[in-house]
Design a protein around this ligand. Structure first.
Ligand SMILES: Cc1cc2nc3c(=O)[nH]c(=O)nc-3n(C[C@H](O)[C@H](O)[C@H](O)COP(=O)(O)OP(=O)(O)OC[C@H]3O[C@@H](n4cnc5c(N)ncnc54)[C@H](O)[C@@H]3O)c2cc1C
Length: 381
């Protein structure tokens, strides 16, 4: 993998940048802080699909572009630079598509995957429950066989895309120590959704999902009975590279805003960019952003090569998201009092950045995974 973009990647990201700067960002800013209606989100998703979001890394036979995860991550960076509210639904659709392509029946694939690729359908993936967070193996939502159907009962929480979702890949307990992924269609099978208000990222949906005697055909099982935990770990690899990219894309935006402000703001007779303590902050940001990007691209490159990369994905996720907390905070500090007002983007970036170290495994969990791969000593039971 080269640290430089290929000509194809450069052209693709430049074209995407133009769409984001000229059309999508002005619409996003004009929309304000509130929930983005599904129709609006789908409108952006359809435009982004033409640039390879979420279709770039998926096979052409399912409507994908047959490119690689490295290219996909380069494209994702541009979207996340504009807005994590738009980026996060794409991350979820990407990993859901990957799950279905890897393990669904041909019927399920042909029903859902082309819609995901075209930005016309929205999926969710649900592991977390009120009593299940970092310990994913403890899932309590039960799926019990009744002839050719599953009957599902339980409650999921923190589900990204929940309110938007046309369908939901639910991690269910199907036996003692046995987890299974089951696709539940919102219209055909039904589930209740309730949004969760948060300190940021209220444009996209994070939701609770309630499942009460939901009857789903066994043919909606994804990846085989009992493969839920293994397939969740594969899903985490993809998701964690994106979370690393969430971090450095947000940080890159914060740095650009801080550079602009520091060049314009005059104090003590000169641009604050010329003050050495401000220069130190900017130099640190630029270096750490590059380091975070290289970690995430390495992980994506390993996925492209079919190599196991749980440690590398954990490093990318931990470093990228924690770095973004530091970088956005420094960018706000460079803005002085203006930074805490709604007139400057850094205020939003700080609130978004602080969420990053939590989803898809907290920083603490990533460190446990990295250390386990170094020592061979199990961090979990
Ligand atoms: C915006 C957002 C979107 C999300 N989207 C989804 C989604 O789409 N689907 C989904 O299933 N989930 C989703 N989640 C849930 C997310 O994956 C969990 O919040 C996360 O895994 C942590 O679980 P928890 O919040 O229950 O914290 P807990 O697991 O209760 O952890 C609380 C604290 O204890 C620490 N901790 C826990 N265990 C250990 C340990 N062994 N050693 C050291 N420290 C430990 C944690 O690091 C954390 O600091 C989302 C969360 C957020 C905030």
């Amino acid at each position: 993998m080269s640290s430089q973009m290929t000509e194809e990647q450069r052209l693709a990201t430049q074209g995407l940048r133009k769409l984001l700067d000229k059309t999508i960002e002005p619409e996003f800013i004009a929309h304000g802080d509130g929930f983005i209606p599904k129709e609006k989100m789908l409108g952006w998703m359809k435009q982004l699909a033409e640039f390879g979001l979420v279709n770039a890394p998926h096979p052409e036979e399912y409507g994908g572009m047959g490119l690689d995860w490295v290219t996909h991550l380069r494209l994702f960076e541009e979207v996340a630079y504009t807005s994590i509210d738009i980026g996060l639904p794409l991350v979820i659709n990407t990993v859901v598509a990957d799950l279905l392509i890897g393990g669904a029946s041909n019927e399920i694939k042909s029903r859902y995957v082309p819609g995901l690729m075209a930005g016309e359908l929205i999926g969710s993936v649900g592991i977390s429950e009120p009593n299940v967070g970092s310990d994913v193996a403890a899932v309590g939502t039960r799926a019990v066989r009744d002839g050719d159907d599953w009957i599902i009962n339980g409650e999921k929480t923190w589900i990204s895309n929940g309110e938007y979702s046309d369908f939901f890949v639910c991690t269910c307990k199907t036996g003692e120590g046995e987890l299974t992924h089951i696709l539940i269609d919102r219209e055909d099978h039904g589930y209740e959704v309730r949004g969760i208000p948060k300190m940021a990222l209220n444009g996209q949906s994070t939701a609770q999902i309630f499942l009460s005697d939901v009857r789903v055909p066994v043919s909606n099982t994804i990846g085989g009975i009992g493969t839920g935990l293994k397939n969740t770990l594969v899903t985490f690899e993809r998701a964690r590279c994106h979370m690393g990219a969430w971090g450095y894309s947000l940080a890159r935006r914060a740095m650009d805003e801080a550079i602009k402000y520091s060049q314009e703001r005059i104090q003590h007779g000169k641009q604050i960019a010329g003050h050495q303590l401000i220069a130190d902050k900017l130099a640190t940001m630029a270096t750490e952003i590059d380091a975070a990007r290289l970690l995430a691209l390495r992980a994506a490159d390993m996925i492209d090569q079919g190599l196991r990369c749980d440690k590398e994905c954990a490093m990318a996720k931990w470093y990228g998201t924690e770095m973004a907390v530091r970088a956005t905070r420094d960018a706000l500090q460079i803005h002085g009092g203006c930074g805490v007002t709604k007139d400057f983007i850094v205020e939003r970036l700080v609130r978004e950045a602080i969420i990053g170290p939590i989803p898809d495994g907290t920083t603490e969990i990533q460190k446990l995974l990295i250390a386990r791969s170094l020592t061979g000593v199990q961090a979990f039971r």
